[in-house]
Design a protein around this ligand. Structure first.
Ligand code: NAD
Ligand code: 6OH
Length: 492
C-alpha cells in the first residue's frame, strides 16, 4: 500500500499551520509562509506561517497581558486542574497527534503513539500533581527574627524546541512553566509544526485563558527564534537543541540578561563490561542505538565493549540490527522510519563516508535501502575499527549510526568515555554492584543509567554538563528554573 493510503487508514490528514496568539489562530502579518515536507514522501503536505519580529512582539504582548491578568492570581488548585485537563485532552486526541507527529518527523506511527504522545500527556499530569507538593523554606533566628521564602512566577517565558521529539519536549517545558504560574511563547522547530499547532487549541479547550500560551512558527536566525531571544519582555528562555545554537542564543539573551535553561547535544557512551547479561544488553542497546532513527539526544552512539565480550557482542548486535525493518512510518511493522530532512540525511550519510576514510569498517548499514527510492531513509549502521579520537567517534551525528570500540581496563574506558566535550548521558552494563557505583561516579554526564536506558522518573534532575547543557529540569529543578524565590525576614 502507498503511504498516503495508509494515512487514509489512519484517517488523519496533515494540516496547514498558523500561529496561535492571544487565543486565536492567525497568519503572519506579511502573509509569509514556508512549506512543510513529509520526509517519507518528499512531498509538500502543507504550509506554515513564517513568524518574525512582529509576530513575536504580538505574542509577547499577549503573554504579558495574560500574566498581569488572571493567570498568576489563579489559585494553584484551579491552575493544576487546567494543567491536568491539557494532559487528558492530549490522550483523547492521541491517534490524531501521533499521526501528525509521524507525518512531520518520519518516525514510526507506533513509536509516536506509544512513547511521544502518552509522555506529552504525562508531562502535564505529572506537574499538575507535583505542584501541589512543593514548599519553600523558613529559618528561625532564635527569638530575634523569622525568615521565610515565598515563590513567585517569572513572567513571560520563551520555550524554543527541537524537531526530534516535538510534542514530548515542547510539553516537558510548557507543563512546569505553566505550573509555576508563568505565561509562554513557544517556538516549535521549523521541521515539525503540526502537533505544536494543535497544542494551542488543546490548551484553550482545557481552560487556559487567552494569551497564556502563544505559539509562533518560524526559523531560528533572523526569524521568530532570534526575535524571541532578544525581546526585552521575555525574562527567561528554555532551549533544547544543538550546542552551537545554544551559544548563539546565549549571546542574544545576554543583552537583556535572560535566565537560561539549556538541554543541548550529546555523544553518549554505552559501556559494556564482560560480566553483563548479553541478551539484556543487546535488547536494550538496539533501542539506545536506533530508536527514533537514532535522533535522540540520549542515544548511546559510542559503544565500548570489554574485550572478552567484544566479538560475541559485535556478531550478535549486528545480526539483531539487520532484523530491524526500515520503511513506511505508517506501516505497523516499521521499526526505523526516515530522517527528518534531506539536509539531515545528507549530513548523516557524510559521516558514514568519513568513517571509511578514517579507517572504519561498516559492519552493516550505511546506505539507503534499495527498495526505498523516495524518502530520507538510512539503514541502521554499525562501525568498528575506529579509535576514540576519530571525528565519527567524537562528533554528534544524531542518526542511526553507532561505533563500537573494545577496551581492556576500567580506567581506560572511563578515560575514553570522558574524552568528549559533551556530558549529557551514559549507560553502564555490569553485574558488579561496586563497579557500577564506582564507574558511574567517574563518568562526566548529567544522566547515567546502569543496566537500563531511558528509564525516566520525572522527579529526577535532567540535563547535561560540559557542552551538553546548563541547568537541570525535572521535578523541583523545573520549579527552581521557572520561578523566583524571595526571602522575607521579620523581626520578632
Ligand atoms: N539535551 C536534550 O534534552 C536534547 C533533546 C533533543 C534534542 N537535543 C539536541 O538538539 C539537536 C537537534 O535538534 P535541532 O536540529 O532542532 O536543533 P537546532 O539547534 O538546530 O534547533 C533547535 C531550535 O532552535 C531554533 N533556533 C535555531 N537557531 C536559533 C537562534 N539563533 N535563535 C533562536 N532559536 C534558534 C530552531 O528553529 C529550533 O526551533 C541535537 O544536537 C540534539 O542533541 C538535545
Ligand atoms: O532527544 C532527547 C530526549 C530528551 C528527553 C527528555 O527531555 C525527557 O525524557 O524528559
Amino acid at each position: 500500500m502507498q503511504i498516503q493510503s495508509r494515512a487514509e487508514m489512519i484517517k488523519t490528514k496533515p494540516i496547514d499551520c498558523l500561529h496561535f496568539i492571544d487565543g486565536k489562530y492567525v497568519p503572519s502579518k506579511n502573509e509569509k509562509t514556508f512549506v512543510n515536507i513529509n520526509p517519507a514522501t518528499e512531498e509538500v503536505m502543507g504550509t506554515v506561517a513564517e513568524g518574525g519580529k512582529e509576530e513575536i512582539a504580538l505574542a509577547v504582548a499577549a503573554a504579558k497581558r495574560a500574566f498581569e491578568g488572571s493567570w498568576r492570581r489563579m489559585p494553584a488548585g484551579e491552575r493544576a486542574r487546567i494543567i491536568r485537563r491539557i494532559g487528558d485532552i492530549i490522550l483523547e486526541r492521541k491517534d490524531e497527534l501521533a499521526a501528525l507527529e509521524s507525518f512531520d518527523t518520519g518516525k514510526p506511527y507506533g513509536l509516536a503513539s506509544s512513547i511521544d504522545i502518552p509522555r506529552a500527556a504525562y508531562n502535564f499530569h505529572f506537574f499538575a500533581d507535583y505542584m501541589a507538593s512543593i514548599g519553600t523554606e523558613a529559618y528561625q533566628m532564635d527569638d530575634v527574627a523569622l525568615n521565610y521564602a515565598i515563590r513567585r512566577p517569572l513572567g513571560v517565558v520563551g520555550l524554543i524546541n527541537p524537531w526530534n521529539l516535538p510534542l514530548l519536549l515542547m510539553t516537558w517545558k510548557l507543563a512546569p512553566c505553566l505550573a509555576a504560574g508563568n505565561t509562554a511563547v513557544l517556538k516549535p522547530a521549523e521541521w515539525t509544526p503540526m502537533t505544536a499547532t494543535l497544542l494551542g487549541e488543546i490548551c484553550k479547550e482545557a481552560g487556559v485563558p487567552d494569551g497564556v500560551v502563544n505559539i509562533v512558527h518560524g526559523f531560528g536566525p533572523d526569524s521568530a527564534g532570534a526575535a524571541l531571544t532578544e525581546h526585552p519582555d521575555v525574562c527567561a528562555i528554555s532551549f533544547t537543541g544543538e550546542t552551537t545554537t545554544g551559544k548563539h542564543i546565549m549571546t542574544a539573551a545576554a543583552k537583556t540578561l535572560k535566565r537560561l535553561s539549556y538541554e543541548l547535544g550529546g555523544k553518549n557512551p554505552n559501556i559494556i563490561f564482560a560480566d553483563a547479561d548479553l541478551d539484556e544488553v543487546i535488547e536494550t542497546t538496539i533501542k539506545s542505538s536506533f530508536i527514533n532513527q537514532g535522533e535522540v539526544c540520549l542515544c548511546g552512539s559510542r559503544i565500548y565493549v570489554e574485550r572478552p565480550l567484544y566479538d560475541a557482542f559485535v556478531e550478535r548486535f549486528t545480526a539483531k540490527t539487520k532484523e530491524l525493518i526500515v520503511g513506511d512510518p505508517l506501516d505497523p511493522n516499521t521499526t526505523v522510519g526516515t530522517l527528518i530532512s534531506e539536509e539531515h540525511y545528507n549530513r548523516v550519510r557524510s559521516y558514514v563516508e568519513l568513517a571509511v576514510e578514517e579507517g572504519g569498517v561498516i559492519e552493516t548499514g550505511g546506505k539507503r535501502p534499495e527498495h526505498l527510492s523516495t524518502g530520507y531513509y538510512l539503514e541502521p549502521t554499525i562501525i568498528t575499527g575506529l579509535t576514540n579520537d576519530c571525528r565519527v567517534v567524537q562528533e554528534e551525528i544524531f542518526g542511526p549510526v553507532v561505533t563500537i570500540l573494545p577496551f581492556d581496563r576500567e580506567e581506560e574506558v572511563i578515560k575514553q568515555a570522558n574524552d568528549t566535550h559533551y556530558g549529557l548521558s551514559a549507560t553502564i552494563w555490569t553485574n558488579d554492584l561496586r563497579r557500577a557505583h564506582r564507574v558511574a561516579a567517574q563518568i562526566e554526564a548529567g544522566i547515567i543509567w546502569v543496566n537500563t536506558w531511558f528509564l525516566r522518573d520525572l522527579r529526577t534532575p535532567f540535563g547535561g554538563m560540559k557542552q551538553s547543557g546548563i541547568g537541570r529540569e525535572g521535578g523541583m529543578h523545573s520549579f527552581e528554573f521557572y520561578s523566583e524565590l524571595s526571602n522575607i525576614c521579620i523581626k520578632l
